[in-house]
Design a protein around this ligand. Structure first.
Ligand code: CMX
Length: 149
């Protein structure tokens, strides 16, 4: 006899692909020059996100069809990136996955007992809708969920 599906964990998490890898940097212009001169990567998008307290740039890797590299520089001393730099110095800060429906993925992860940082999605890069899983609930990795605009 089939058992009733567990309503909580039967919710599908549905990650589509790796969207980008985020790196905290102190100075965005210096970092852009370093990545261009050293790795030949070029910037395909740059913006300031006041809500997240960052100046950021997306870099294409190779033919540009795969995941991007995101450089994140702090706008304010109380921002998440400034705190990360104070504690850990420059380096890998987050791993971001593309999702079709950020609310649905968030609900599925919450049902698995993970802490999601925002009650409702916030604005991310290029008008995307984003949320995060706390790094302490994801093996020490800050996970971002990105629903593209
Ligand atoms: N990766 C892995 N571990 C991290 C981390 C990170 N990025 N940031 C913090 N931690 C660890 C700390 O080292 C600390 O560990 P210990 O307790 O072992 O010392 C612990 O998490 C601290 O957790 P906390 O006190 O709950 O939270 P913090 O004040 O350190 O803030 C976080 C961490 C994830 C809640 C905060 O950075 C945040 O809100 N991030 C989401 C927003 C964000 O990162 N915005 C910038 C990017 C914007 C974008 O991508 O568009």
């Amino acid at each position: 006899m089939p058992t009733e599906p567990d309503n909580l964990t039967s919710l599908n998490v549905d990650l589509l692909r790796i969207d980008h890898v985020g790196i905290a940097v102190s100075d965005l212009d210096e970092a852009l020059k370093f990545y261009a001169d050293t790795f030949g990567m070029h910037c395909v998008h740059e913006e300031t996100n006041e809500d997240q307290g960052v100046r950021e740039a997306m870099l294409a890797v190779g033919d540009g069809t795969g995941p991007r590299l995101q450089l994140l520089a702090p706008l304010r001393p109380d921002s998440a990136i400034a705190k990360f730099l104070d504690r850990s110095g420059p380096g890998l800060q987050q791993l971001a996955y593309t999702v079709a429906d950020v609310e649905a993925t968030t609900a599925a992860l919450k049902a698995r007992g993970l802490r999601v940082l925002y009650d409702t999605p916030r604005r991310g890069t290029a008008g995307s809708r984003i949320n995060f899983v706390h790094p302490k609930d994801a093996g020490g990795v800050l996970v971002e969920l990105v629903e593209p605009a």
